[in-house]
Design a protein. Structure first.
Length: 163
């Protein structure tokens, strides 16, 4: 069985997205697919197969979502809250990335249902190492529902946990 991950990463900063793309390339042993969203609202549309993602919704069934906490518009807190209130998205593990490690932010993210909280590293090599460790951990040790979110724009599908 292919344990490599399908990821969706929400990051508003273009330069950071490029760094994440490169870091994911170095994690390719553990990652089979990465999709990006420029903000929280786009991520929700991608996951729900709405708007410009309507034709693509069957392809976006992530094992893990990684979000930037400090996005403009719908920030990471609001995105996390929205995902965890949605019966079709709540089972997707969400890792929060932040430029700071304020205790109140960490606590709030976990209270909202985050599966993890990570501080963005200072260097590109540290970012590569962080993503390699993150993807290795989630692909080798953690089990994901690996569910299909929708078969059509309005039809939810049940799922089974992989053993």
């Amino acid at each position: 069985m292919d344990n490599r991950l399908a990821l969706v990463l929400a990051e508003d900063d273009t330069d950071d997205r490029r760094l994440f793309e490169d870091a994911m390339f170095h994690s390719r042993a553990y990652v089979k697919d990465v999709k990006f969203a420029i903000d929280g609202l786009e991520l929700l549309h991608r996951l729900r197969g709405e708007g410009k993602f309507e034709q693509d919704h069957r392809k976006c069934q992530p094992d893990l979502v990684v979000i930037d906490l400090g996005m403009p518009g719908m920030d990471g807190f609001a995105l996390l809250e929205e995902m965890k209130q949605d019966e079709y998205l709540r089972s997707i593990p969400v890792i929060v990335l932040s430029g700071t490690e304020r205790t109140s932010d960490v606590r709030r993210c976990y209270d909202l249902g985050a599966s993890g909280f990570m501080v963005k590293p200072d260097t590109h090599s540290e970012l590569q190492s962080m993503f390699l460790q993150l993807t290795k951990y989630w692909s080798e040790l953690m089990k994901s529902p690996r569910k299909k979110i929708f078969t059509s724009s309005a039809d939810p599908v049940s799922f089974r946990v992989s053993k």
